[in-house]
Design a protein around this ligand. Structure first.
Ligand code: 0A1
Ligand code: ZN
Length: 892
């Protein structure tokens, strides 16, 4: 990393490999200090490209020998390449021996140790830190892997595929040999060796095949794997039912590891998970954790087809597998949610996350398209754009060709490309070809701009009602702001799902001018496709002036300006049949008020109309508690900041705090009612009904404690403390604890101390303890001071990514008011931590560096102080590529 020069890799420069590696036999003698790797590969020239030397990737390796067809050959090492100039024309065998040092590998890429066991992480370019190889996704080989290790310390030896041999060796060692029949790119290779135990489940799938599912964890964690196993079984069933994609392996293994850079990894047949994305019990995990685990287990499982059976030609195509797989896991979660209302809650949560993370990314220094054009460090491109916006792009295909049409397109994609490494264009073509004449196929080239243009399109919608003609003309205009390196944008294809509501809330028919009676006459929802910079649509037979409900279900990842005022938003909030737009109306009502206060610099005073509307939502006899909790929650500060050209994070925070306080006091009796009437009495289950009630109870409690603390009343804080102590599940316990901490109630400190004492053996719970304090609502600099103090806590370490994230990222990413300080101390802290982390784990450091993406939008004095901090990081001579790319882009 450091000794190599940072080169810019461009998508346009792609060339196919000069050699293919068809098979590889790997032999590992596992030792934490020095592991010996012997690799024997069968290579073949790629006849389609001109000859050249063989160049293998290798990093942080100690090379012992190189043989071709059993004879030693001369080679060169240049930077991170091993170059062999003279290789036979025909197929040949290449043998390489090298060592690596797993216990020194704090970057957690390649082969490393964690808690005394061995794990690998090879995506994107970690395999080259294990042995020399053509470490690129378009080189796919059949792997046979032999693992040798001390039997007492490493009784479990796992790799991809099927176990074909085990044996006991001398000196207390043993051996396991694995064979994976599916050719795969090196990034999907995995091995695990350690003292682990497994939960096992045998299943018979629809096709009548038997499979063994295993979840491996450390002794003592077994009872926390039930939910993951259930999620895995549900994922297998769902993929077979929805997309006819069966499990293609006899044995499917999942392993948990507590040191991991990301959530999880889809290695073929051997998924490796961050324990935070795998382990759950009611006592240690919240409803949100259960939900997240279900979706990540599903995500990794779904990669078995979208990513593994069909993989990416190069890393620019990352969204081919990630956008598609996120879309699949989102669809799965919605289907698991079962009721329409619970489905809507899933969608709202996904869109909230997109707006809080991807919209700022699309507007900042790191803005890039879903299929980027260039990168220095690919690890920096596992982004919200590639994942979440990528998923929205896939969702638009489905919107344009329909659910069945999309399923047909997926079938054609696998028919054409199973076993291949392909591009986003190949995917687009398959969906279009399976749906000739569809709204997609007729605009495919324009649609593909979603892959090439960065930035979030602005969609402006204005309606004009002609009472005499009974027509409603809807004019849609789109523009996409310039982003780094892309000044001019072309119109995109934007599916706009919509309905029209009468003022009394009734849904109106949607017939367009020129349509004969049938189409649209009775429909109350339809999809318009905007593919020009500006287009008008004329609806006929509209009996009264309608309120348009646009972009239903968030049908495209755009910023909508519909010009609706309070009166119209209230109609939507009360009557829209689309739950997403009902929620959206609640957020817009709050957003308008908060932005008004921030822009004018006036203190925020919530009006009676707004408060009454919120009371009506809270007291509504039919709305789902989960929906109520979302509608009554104020917009994220990050999302609010995105609406402003110049951001003063303290002003945003002050307005949100004021809104929160007023909502808490004006609705005090209603919160108390909600708290009392939504208690869950049944045994714990993370299902949507129970978790929805808990969400509303926790929000109510937070409001009640906030209000009481402000007015010096001790009753609700006392109740919260009692609830915290008596809680029988982590959701209730954390809810009560965060209510106390966020209100800075007097009881907060003793609750925190008690929590720590109670859970000191549970790393994932201690992470929560740090995170809660890092995210605590800021007042008088107390949260920031506490975080600095906690950095010295004996449980804190930068070496474990979960722990580092729990405290530092909580502050810097999720607590703008505590982080953006007029005295610049937040930025100084950020720079110090980026540099400290970079020496340990560049990927994690790179993530933290991203916090400053939007610094140019900051008001003074934040802006200058932020620039100074970024410049200080950039000036460090031996930065990793990861951090250097981020800070250089920020300063460009
Ligand atoms: N492909 C995984 C995410 C992942 C990416 C990179 C990693 O290490 C650098 C680890 C995991 C997924 O989408 O789940
Ligand atoms: Zn993924």
């Amino acid at each position: 990393m450091r000794e190599g020069t940072a080169t810019l890799i461009r998508r346009a420069d792609y060339v196919a490999p000069i050699f293919w590696i068809r098979t590889v036999d790997l032999c590992f003698d596992l030792d934490p200090a020095k592991t010996l790797v012997a690799s024997k590969m069968r290579l073949e020239r790629n006849a389609a490209v001109p000859h050249g030397p063989l160049r293998l990737h290798g990093e942080e390796l100690n090379l012992l020998r190189v043989l071709i067809d059993g004879e030693s050959v001369s080679f060169r090492q240049e930077g991170h390449e091993l170059i062999i100039d003279n290789v036979p024309d025909a197929d040949f065998t290449l043998e390489i021996r090298n060592t690596c040092a797993p216990e020194k590998n704090t970057a957690l890429s390649g082969l490393y140790t964690s808690g005394g066991s061995f794990f690998t992480q090879c995506e994107a370019e970690g395999f080259r830190r294990i042995t020399y190889f053509l470490d690129r996704p378009d080189v796919m080989a059949v792997y046979t892997v032999t693992l040798r290790a001390d039997k007492a310390r490493y009784p479990v030896l796992l790799s991809n595929g099927n176990l074909v041999e085990t044996a006991t060796l001398d000196n207390g060692r043993h051996l396991a040999k694995w064979h994976d029949p599916f050719p795969k790119p090196s990034y999907l290779f995995a091995l695990v060796a350690g003292d682990l135990v497994a939960r096992e489940q045998r299943i018979r799938t629809r096709g009548g095949k038997d499979h063994l599912l295993q979840v491996y964890v450390r002794q003592g964690d077994l009872e926390k794997t039930e939910h993951a196993m259930n999620s895995l079984i549900a994922s297998v069933v769902w993929d077979e039912a929805r997309f006819k994609l069966p499990l293609d392996l006899e044995r499917f293994m999942v392993v948990g590891v507590s040191d991991f850079n990301m959530g999880a990894m889809e290695n073929k047949g051997l998924n490796i998970f961050n324990t935070s994305a795998l382990l759950a019990s009611p006592a240690t995990a919240t409803d949100a954790d259960f939900h997240r685990i279900e979706s990540i287990v599903a995500h990794e499982y779904f990669h078995n087809w979208t990513g593994n059976r069909v993989t990416c030609r190069d890393w620019f195509q990352l969204s081919l597998k990630e956008g598609l797989t996120v879309f699949r896991d989102q669809e799965f979660s919605q289907d698991m949610a079962a009721t329409p209302s619970a489905r809507a809650v899933c969608r709202i949560e996904d869109v909230r996350a997109l707006r809080a993370r991807q919209f700022p990314e699309d507007a900042g220094a790191m803005a890039h398209s879903v299929r980027p054009d260039e990168y220095v460090e690919i690890n920096n491109f596992y982004t919200a754009t590639v994942y979440e916006k990528g998923s929205e792009v896939v969702r638009m295909y489905q919107t344009l060709v329909g659910r069945d049409g999309f399923a047909k397109g997926m079938a054609l994609y696998f028919e054409r490309h199973d076993g291949q490494a392909v591009t986003c264009d190949d995917f687009a073509q398959a969906i279009a070809d399976a749906n000739p004449g569809s709204a997609l196929s007729t605009r495919l080239d324009a649609f593909k701009r979603w892959y090439s243009q960065a930035g979030t399109p602005r969609l402006r919608a204005r309606g004009a009602y002609d009472a005499a003609a009974q027509t409603f003309t809807l004019t849609l205009k789109q523009t996409t702001p310039a982003t780094p390196g892309q000044d001019r944008k072309l119109p995109q294809v934007i599916p706009v799902a919509l309905g029209l509501l009468a003022r009394d809330g009734q849904a109106l028919p949607l017939m367009l001018q020129g349509e004969d009676g049938a189409a649209g006459a009775t429909e109350t929802e339809r999809v318009l496709v905007l593919d020009q910079a500006e287009q008008s649509f004329v609806f006929v037979n509209v009996p009264s002036e309608p309120v348009p409900s646009l972009l239903r279900g968030f049908s495209a990842p755009v910023v909508l300006d519909d010009g609706l005022g309070d009166a119209e938003l209230l109609v939507l909030l009360t009557h829209d049949s689309d739950a997403f737009n009902r929620w959206e109306a609640s957020q817009r009502l709050a957003l308008n008020r908060i932005l008004g206060a921030v822009r004018t610099g006036q203190p925020l005073v919530l009006d009676a109309a707004y408060l009454e509307a919120m009371r009506a939502v809270l007291r509504h006899p039919e709305l789902d508690p989960a929906f109520k909790a979302l509608a009554l929650q104020l917009p994220d500060e990050a999302y609010i900041a995105e609406q402003l050209d110049v951001v003063d994070p303290q002003a945003v925070h002050a307005a949100v705090e004021a809104a929160q306080t007023q909502l808490a006091s004006a609705l005090q009796a209603d919160w108390a009612w909600a708290y009392d009437t939504h208690q869950v009495t049944a045994g714990y289950s993370p299902d949507p009904v129970q978790s929805g009630k808990r969400a509303l109870v926790n929000l109510s409690l937070a409001m009640l404690v906030l209000n009481a603390t402000r007015s010096g009343d001790g009753v609700w804080p006392g109740r919260a403390y009692q609830r915290f102590k008596d809680a029988t599940n982590m959701t209730d316990r954390m809810g009560a604890l965060s209510a106390l901490v966020n209100a800075q109630a007097e009881l907060a400190d003793s609750a925190l101390a008690r929590f720590h004492a109670q859970f000191k053996g549970e790393a994932l719970v201690i992470d929560k303890w740090f995170a809660l304090q890092g995210r605590a609502a800021e007042r008088d600099g107390k949260t920031f001071a506490r975080v600095k103090q906690l950095m010295k806590h004996p449980d804190f370490t930068l070496k474990n990514p979960n722990r580092a994230r729990s405290l530092i990222f909580s502050l810097a990413m999720f607590n703008p008011a505590a982080f953006h300080r007029a005295d610049a101390a937040g930025y100084v802290f950020w720079a110090d931590q980026v540099l400290a982390l970079d020496a340990i784990n560049p990927q994690v450091a790179g993530r933290l560096a991203r916090v400053m993406d939007r610094w140019t939008a900051l008001a003074e004095p934040y802006r200058s102080a932020a620039r100074e901090a970024i410049a200080r990081v950039a000036a460090k001579p031996d930065l990793s590529n990861d951090v250097r790319e981020i800070v250089q882009r920020a300063l460009a």
